[in-house]
Structures are given as C-alpha cells and as structure tokens.
Ligand binder design. Structure first.
Ligand SMILES: *[C@@H]1O[C@H](CO)[C@@H](O)[C@H](O)[C@H]1NC(C)=O
Ligand SMILES: *[C@@H]1O[C@H](CO)[C@@H](O)[C@H](O)[C@H]1NC(C)=O
Ligand SMILES: *[C@@H]1O[C@H](CO)[C@@H](O)[C@H](O)[C@H]1NC(C)=O
Length: 444
C-alpha cells in the first residue's frame, strides 16, 4: 500500500512536472512569437533587402505607412518611390497624410513600390538624408487648439519621439497654415533638430532621398496616446509611450515648474482654481458668482482667466494653466490646455445642455484621466442653460434634443454649442467643487 502510495505520488508529481514543462514551453513559444511580431513591426534597423512598406489603418480614423529602403520623395507631386534591390512586385498605396482621413481637402500621397531598380526611378538630387523623415499635413482642422493637439502634436509625438530629435519633418499644406510651425516652434524643436521642409514650396526638380519614411500621422484615440499602439521611446529604455510622456514633454519643452500639485511656496496650502473664460459663446453668465463660491464655500484661491488663443503665445497659456490645480471650463477647445495642469490636478468639465456628454467625455474626459488628472463632469440642468429663455420650453431643441441630433452634427453645433450660455446653479455645483478640493487634500 505504501509503495503504491509512493508510486501514485511519483506519478502525480511527474504529471505535474509535465504540465509545468508544457506550460513553460508554451510560454517561451508565445514570448518568441510576440518578439518576432514586434521585431518585424519595428525592424527599422534590419538590412533593407528590397525595402518594405508597412501600412496601418488601426483605429479607423487614420491611415499611415512606414517605409524603409531606398526611398525617393517628390514633394511637388506628393509621391514617394521605393526602389527595390532586385525584382519586386509593383504596388501602390494612396495615403492621406492628415490624421483624419476623411478630411478630403488634403491631397493624398502616392507611395509606389517599383518593380525593379532599373525602372524609371527618378534620381536623387540630394544626398540621402542620414535621418528618417516623417511626412504629414497641416491645413485640415488645425488652427483650433484642440485639433492642433489631437490631430497633429500628439500623433507627431508618437511618430517621432523614438528618434530623439534626429528626424526630418516634411510638411504638406503648410501654405494653409503658414504661422503654425512658428506657433509651436518650441515643441517642434524638441521633436526635430531640423527646420521643417515645406512641400508646398518644394522645387519640382528636387528629389529627396531617405532610408526611412513615415507617411501620415495616426490617431488611435482622440487627444491621447494608446501605449499598445505607440512605438517604443528609444531614449527611455524602449518603453512604450503613454499620454503621461506627452504631458512631460509639454512641461519640459515649456519649462513648466509644477510637476505635481504640491504647493508652490511652503506654507501656502490653498489650492488654486482657474475658471476658464470664453469670450464668444458657451460663456459663464454668472462668472463672478462661481468664482466667489469656489473661494468662499470650497476654499480655493479662485480666478477667472481668459486665454486668448490667437494672441497669447502657447508658452504663456502653458505657464498660466500650470500655476493652477483645478481647471473649470465649459466643453470647448480651451479645455485642451488641461495638458499643462500639473499631474494630480483636477479638470471639471461643464457639459452644456443637449446630450453633449459623449463628445465631452471622449475629447477631454478620457484624455484627462490618461494625463494623470482627476476628471469631474458637471452636466448642467435645463434651467442653467440660456437656451430655455431663448426658445421657451416647447421648442424641439429644449423638448427633444434627440430630434436635433438626428439632423446631424452641424445642427447640434448650432443649437447646443453656438447659441448656448450657462448660468451655473451654485447650490447644484457645490458638490463638484467639494470633490475637487477633497481630491487635492488627499494628496498632501
Ligand atoms: C526581394 O528580392 C528577392 C531577390 O533578392 C526576390 O526573389 C523577391 O521576390 C523580392 N521580394 C519582394 C517582396 O519583392
Ligand atoms: C516631381 O513631380 C512633378 C509633378 O509631377 C514633375 O513635374 C517633376 O519633374 C518631378 N520631379 C522630379 C525630380 O522628378
Ligand atoms: C439650484 O439647485 C438646487 C439643488 O439642486 C435646487 O434646489 C434649486 O431649486 C436650484 N435653483 C434654481 C434657481 O434652479
């Protein structure tokens, strides 16, 4: 009996051992497969052979291609040729270099993989660049700070951070936004040590040659970085990028002093709240009352601030916002400046009447969380909207917001984003302020 027991024990043990071995084997194979996948996806340093074109439509908003090999770019005709080292398949891709591929005012770039090295590949007229290039378009929806960040700066960061400044930007549709590179020069200088090449102004006789080229920028999710889809940051031990890396990049580029919500001066413990003032529509009608409530009832050092995006340099906006702990703003592009708040800070988004909470959450709420901020939303009640007095209770915009949504985005925009101002009910708003204060207190 004892021997059979021993035997059973041994059998069980070796069976467990086998399972364990099998488990380790499967694990090793999985790791190896993952490694293969990754190393192919990012195998830029590998021998070029015929060269490769890898295109992606991930996330559905954008399209982009990564090309490596003998690449020749004609800026005037918006075309890139891959010249293979031997017989190859003739292939062609059309890529919109703006991160929202439905913005059809932006001309597509044609990428052609030539069949062989002898076919009419136009000769290089420059020495082959020693650094990779990223080709992207301005124009489109840029010019609005949200789209400047969501459509260009965040995706460009994801596309180019891995090169630690050693990258050439090729810019299409710069003629539509001639002041743009100057406005964001502080950020562009960190991402690329070289002046941008304006493809609109490119000489038709110039054929630039590269070994690596990214065509198009990719939005995986609005105004944020999805680490699983972002390339590794080679400067930082090949870690996948996250939105926190982007906000750190903002603080470093603009020299923002506050990297957390600790008080700036010892002993000065009163958290600071900024009420963002809008000058046109979606204004706070009772701004002073809100500031008083934030100060008297909730205990903030509170201030209404206007960031005039057209006149105030971004660096100045960044410094202003970074000096606060809480940003209170009605849904709108001004909330993009949440990117300058110190991590641990709070964003209170005031959501206008008219079923706009989805877009509010996607554009600023989820990004705020990725930035390491506490996100609080305040859906206003109908009696806090000036639309009620403007249209009366029987108007479809008041009675039936769904009917407005059925008419399409422009109608939604017209009614709920353009015509509406907001009179915050201080009693109803008080818990949001208290929650913000509570969050900050808990960090000290
Ligand atoms: C790459 O070159 C080899 C010859 O070196 C050729 O046999 C092969 O078909 C080429 N591959 C592609 C994808 O064109
Ligand atoms: C670039 O494309 C333009 C327009 O198609 C053409 O006129 C020009 O000759 C091309 N440049 C070179 C260097 O091939
Ligand atoms: C403000 O909100 C409080 C609490 O929800 C409510 O009791 C009060 O009637 C509201 N005041 C106005 C003017 O709507």
């Amino acid at each position: 009996m004892s021997s059979s027991e021993v035997k059973t024990g041994r059998v069980q043990k070796s069976s467990a051992q086998r399972h364990l071995n099998a488990g380790i084997f499967v694990g090793v194979v999985l790791v190896f497969l993952t490694y293969l996948l990754m190393s192919q996806q990012f195998a830029f340093g590998a021998p070029y052979e015929n060269g490769t074109v890898v295109c992606s439509w991930e996330g559905r908003l954008s399209e982009s291609c990564e090309i490596s090999g003998d690449i020749r770019v004609n800026g005037t005709s918006r075309s890139a040729f891959l010249v293979p080292t031997s017989q190859s398949e003739h292939r062609e891709w059309q890529i919109r270099p703006y991160s929202r591929k439905n913005v059809d005012a932006i001309k597509k770039v044609t990428i052609t993989q030539l069949p062989d090295d002898r076919s009419a590949a136009p000769a290089c007229t420059t020495a082959t660049y020693a650094v990779p290039a990223v080709l992207f378009a301005l124009g489109g929806l840029t010019g609005n700070i949200f789209h400047d960040y969501a459509d260009v700066l965040v995706p460009l960061f994801v596309a180019s951070r891995r090169y630690a400044g050693e990258v050439q930007f090729l810019v299409a549709n710069l003629g539509d936004r001639p002041a743009w590179p100057g406005k964001y020069i502080t950020l562009l200088r960190v991402l690329s040590k070289y002046d941008v090449v304006d493809l609109d102004a490119a000489d038709a006789h110039v054929m630039r040659c590269f070994r690596r080229l990214t065509v198009g920028l990719h939005i995986h999710k609005e105004f944020t970085v999805v680490p699983e889809m972002a390339a590794a940051d080679e400067g930082r031990r090949r870690r996948r990028l996250a939105m926190a890396d982007f906000t750190r990049f903002q603080r470093e580029a603009y020299g923002l002093p506050r990297v957390d919500v600790a008080p700036r001066e010892p002993g000065k413990r009163q958290p600071r709240l900024m009420l963002l003032r809008r000058s046109h529509y979606r204004r706070f009608v009772n701004e002073e009352e809100i500031v008083r409530a934030a100060a008297a009832a909730a205990g903030f050092e509170a201030e209404a601030v206007e960031l005039n995006g057209d006149e105030m340099p971004v660096a100045e906006q960044a410094r202003r916002v970074n000096s606060f702990d809480v940003l209170v703003a009605v849904h709108g592009a001004g909330l993009t400046t949440e990117v300058f708040l110190p991590p641990g800070g709070v964003v209170i988004q005031v959501v206008p009447f008219g079923k706009t909470e989805f877009i509010a959450r996607v554009e600023y709420g989820e990004p705020a969380v990725d930035m390491g901020l506490k996100y609080i939303y305040y859906n206003i009640g109908l009696e806090e909207s000036t639309l009620l007095e403007m249209f009366g209770p029987d108007h479809p915009a008041i009675r039936d917001p769904d009917s407005i949504h059925r008419k399409g985005w422009l109608t939604v925009y017209e009614y709920y984003l353009r015509k509406q101002d907001i009179r915050i009910n201080i009693t109803r708003f008080a818990p949001a302020l208290a929650q913000a204060m509570d969050h900050l207190r808990r960090q000290h």
